[in-house]
Write a protein that binds this ligand. Sequence first.
Ligand code: GLA
Length: 407
Amino acid sequence: MLTIRSQFFNHFNQHPSLVVKSPGRINLIGEHTDYNHGFVLPAAIDKYIEVAIGKRTDGSIHMVALDLGETIILPIHNLTPHATQWVNYIIGVVDQVFNKSQSANNNFIGTQNTLTNTEITTAVNDTNLSGGFSICIQGNIPLGAGLSSSAAVECAVLFAINELYNLSLSKMEMALMAQAAEHKFAGVKCGLMDMFASLHGQKNKAILLDCDSLAFTYYPVELKDYSIVLFDTQIKHALASSEYNTRRLECEQGLKIIQEKYPTIKTFRDISLELVEECLATRIKVYQRCKYVVEEIARVQLAVQDLAKGDMQAFGKKMFETHEGLSKLYEVSCPELDFLVNAVSHNENVLGARMMGGGFGGCTINIIKKTAVEIITKELSAKYNQAMHKELAVYSTSIEDGTHLVA
Ligand code: GLA
C-alpha cells in the first residue's frame, strides 16, 4: 500500500512538509460529564487519522480524503459550514485559527488556557496561512463507532497547521479550538473530552481531566490479565446529535432552576443529590438528567481511586453502574447497546461493561479476562446477530500516545 507521503506527491506533485497522526479515544468512565464541569477518564488508542500537509500560495485549500476518493477545493478565507461533513472538520479548525478562537473562549468552561485575540493574530500574521495549503487525509478509526474520528481529524489538522506555520499553540489551546470548530462547523455542542484525549494521550495511561479547572492527571492503566475490548453495535441512530444537544440543554435548565433558589451554586460540582431532589423533583426529565450527572461526577472520583489501587473489580462494577444511569436516567442508550452490556453483565470474566461516548449506537467498552476474550467474543457475536440482525464488530485496543508528528 502507498504511504500517505507518496499519495500526497501523486496528488500535488510536491512532497508534503509534514505528516501528523492523531488517535481516536476510549473513555473508561465519566460519560456526559465533560460539558457539565465534571470529570472524564479517557485515553488515546491505536487507531488513527493521518494527514500530510504542504503550503500553497494561491489562497486555497485543496483537501483530499484518500479513503473516500474525494477532493474538495475551497478559498481559504470567509469559510462557512460545508455540505460535506469531513470537509467541516478541516475548515472548522482553519476558521478557528483565523477567528482567533473567540468561540473557544466563550463556549467552554474555565477562563484559563485560552488565547487572546492579539496572540493568535500575531501568530497568523507572522506566517502565510492565507496562502492556503494542500492536505491529504486518511485513517483507520471506524466511523460512527463513538471513537471520536471527527475529533481526531480536527486535532490532526490543527496540530499540522500549528507545526507548519509555527503558531506555538499549546495542546490545550488546540483542544479548545477544535471543540469550538465542532460546535460551529459540525453543529454538535460537544464537550472537550474527545479533542483533549486525542491530543494529550500517553501510552498505557488514562487521563483524569477536571472539566472545570482543565487540570489533568495521568493514571497508569495496568490491566494485567485483563484487556479492553470494544464491541461495536455497528449502528448510529439518526437522533444522536440532536438528542446530544437536547441533553446538554436539559442539564443547563436543571442547573438554572437550582441556581434560582441557590445563587451561590456555580456548576454541577456544587450540587448534591439532596439539592437535585429538593429543586427538581417535579421536573421529571430534567431531574433524571441531573441526578445522573451528579452521581457520575462522584462515581468517577471514586473510580480513579480504584484504578490507583489496582482494584479493577471495583472499577468494573462502577462501569456497570454508569451504564445503568446512562440507559435509565440519561436515556442515551439504545436496545443494541443495552443488549451487549446485559449479555456480559453476569459473566465472571467480564469486570465491567458500559456504553461509551455520546450514545444511541457506537461501542460498548468492556474489561475482559484475556483468556476469555475469544470465547466471549464468539458467543456474543452469535447472540447479537440473532437478536439484532446485525454483525458485531470487535476491536481489541491498546492505549497509545496522542497526536504527534510522523518522522
Ligand atoms: C461525545 C462528545 C464528548 C462527550 C461524550 C459523552 O463523545 O463529543 O464531548 O460529551 O460524547 O461523554
